[in-house]
Design a protein around this ligand. Structure first.
Ligand code: NHW
Length: 438
């Protein structure tokens, strides 16, 4: 079992999605050209009144900066958001994470849409959008990313979700944006790409105890623990946490790297600062700083010279540590980036454990550092910080390290979608995809 939603069989009729400007299963691949699906509209043509809710509910804007209101959204999601098929785990996004995820540069408060019960004021549904510059087949597509769609369990199957989706669409359209990207575990018309989650055990004993994973045949617990043991320190010279002064360099590296993918995001410096500067229990980003690597090597070799004869060779720096050496400005000495975010899952109905601490791979730019080595270091750092599992999708170049680094494939798929945008040559292969939504 995994903490991800799983695939639902493709239905033959989608009452709501069949009426929306999204690619349909019936679209012939040969006819598909990149571009919007709906005829272009102006902001003036967009409906001014909110969509009608059943009479006992009202719309609200959730102020994510307000400690009480972010707690209300947190509680709704904590009790009602995505579960795995067997209802053993449920995503448990923290309030701090929600503040980060929902308030990037250019965020709009009226895109944090809630539904409350009239009278009691209880928050019973939520959907959010944030601005993002998407690139699809090389074309810039100003868009929103939609996330955290949630309806209270007791109010399910009453067609509230389509109303939430139409209302956020209206509010986004009112600001002159006509496209969106989103992901879901369920199959809807029509995925631009289907990805799989892979899981790397960091704390196999706990993962087995909570039945996230099981003891493999002919394996003992002791052997399993040994199999997944990681080194106590990282190996890439010059690896250090990202700092504000690295922002320009990281932006350049990231956009340069992402340009090769068919569906991806383009980041401004402000966005990079927001999405990547480390925040405890929200996001971790490490950079490889070639100047630091050089200093570490010099220090190592001067230490080695003070060692008895013969020991110097063993302490000599490895050749991979000369990456990018010779650059003089501190910003351009950054050659690689690796990042992950923190998304725990609640463990449902277990006497001993109530939380699974999961790190999720975020954007990574290997540069001259071998990706497998960089990811091994990310696993080492995550294990050191006490995470139980490290999750990664099979997108970008990830297939190159997953098996070697002992990730196992999960049973949940993650589908990627675009709203009001047709993309030629889809579905993409996961290795052509360079977009990560939270
Ligand atoms: S995916 C996570 C979604 N949330 C959860 O799974 C939490 C637990 N589940 C729930 O809260 C990440 C409910 O089951 C939800 C559905 C609310 C999911 N995406 O109200 P009804 C995101 O947040 C369709 C889209 O009766 P319900 C991304 C379903 O196929 N549609 O169902 C969100 C059916 O339509 P059909 C989904 O169970 C992206 C209709 O909803 C869906 O009470 C949103 C049934 O509605 C899903 N995950 O509530 C789209 N799950 O055509 C954004 C079900 O089949 C689009 N449905 O009849 C772009 C908008 C912005 C555009 C701007 C230009």
């Amino acid at each position: 079992p995994v903490a991800q939603p799983s695939r639902k069989d493709i239905k033959d009729k989608y009452a709501f999605w069949g009426s929306q400007p999204v690619m349909q299963f019936s679209d012939e691949a040969k006819d598909v050209e990149d571009g919007p699906i709906d005829a272009p509209k102006t902001v003036e043509e967009v409906r001014k009144e909110p969509y009608t809710l059943p009479s006992s509910f009202v719309w609200c804007e959730c102020n994510i900066n307000d400690p009480h209101e972010v707690q209300e959204v947190y509680t709704l999601l904590h009790n009602n958001y995505v579960e795995d098929d067997d209802a053993m785990f449920r995503f448990n996004y923290s309030p701090e994470f929600l503040q980060w995820a929902l308030q990037p540069p250019g965020y709009q408060r009226d895109w944090h849409v809630g539904v409350r019960v009239k009278g009691s004021n209880k928050l019973v549904a939520f959907i959010s959008g944030i601005p993002a510059s998407i690139r699809a087949n090389g074309k810039p597509v100003p868009a929103v990313e939609i996330n955290f769609l949630c309806v209270l369990k007791k109010l399910r199957s009453k067609r509230l979700a389509p109303v939430l989706i139409k209302e956020i669409t209206r509010r986004v359209n009112l600001r002159g944006i006509w496209q969106a990207a989103y992901t879901a575990g369920v199959v809807l018309p029509r995925p631009v790409c289907g990805c799989r989650y892979w899981h790397r055990s960091l704390n196999p004993k706990k993962l087995i105890e909570v039945r996230f994973s099981s003891l493999q045949p002919r394996m003992t617990m002791a052997r399993t623990i040994k199999l997944y043991r990681l080194p106590s320190s990282t190996t890439t010279p010059g690896l250090r946490p990202m700092e504000a002064r690295d922002t320009a360099a990281v932006t350049e590296l990231l956009n340069g790297h992402l340009a090769q993918f068919k569906l991806t995001q383009h980041f401004s410096e402000d966005e990079v600062a927001h999405w990547f500067l480390p925040q405890p229990l929200v996001v971790d980003t490490y950079v490889v700083d070639s100047q630091l690597a050089q200093q570490q090597q010099q220090q190592q070799s001067s230490e080695a010279q003070q060692l008895p004869a013969g020991a110097a060779d063993a302490a000599a720096p490895s050749s991979s540590s000369s990456n990018g050496a010779g650059s003089s400005s501190s910003s351009s000495s950054i050659v690689s980036v690796v990042s992950f975010y923190t998304l725990p899952s609640s463990v449902l109905g277990h006497e001993e454990h109530n939380e699974l601490r999961a790190a999720y791979m975020f954007y990574t730019v290997p540069g001259p550092t071998p990706l497998t080595q960089l990811m091994q270091d990310a696993l080492t750092l995550a294990a050191g910080k006490g995470y139980d599992v490290f999750n990664a999708l099979d997108l970008m170049d990830n297939a190159s390290f997953l098996k070697e680094l002992k990730f196992g494939i999960g049973d949940g798929a993650l589908q990627y979608y675009l709203y009001n945008w047709r993309m030629a040559n889809t579905p993409l292969q996961p290795k052509e995809l360079g977009l990560i939504l939270l």
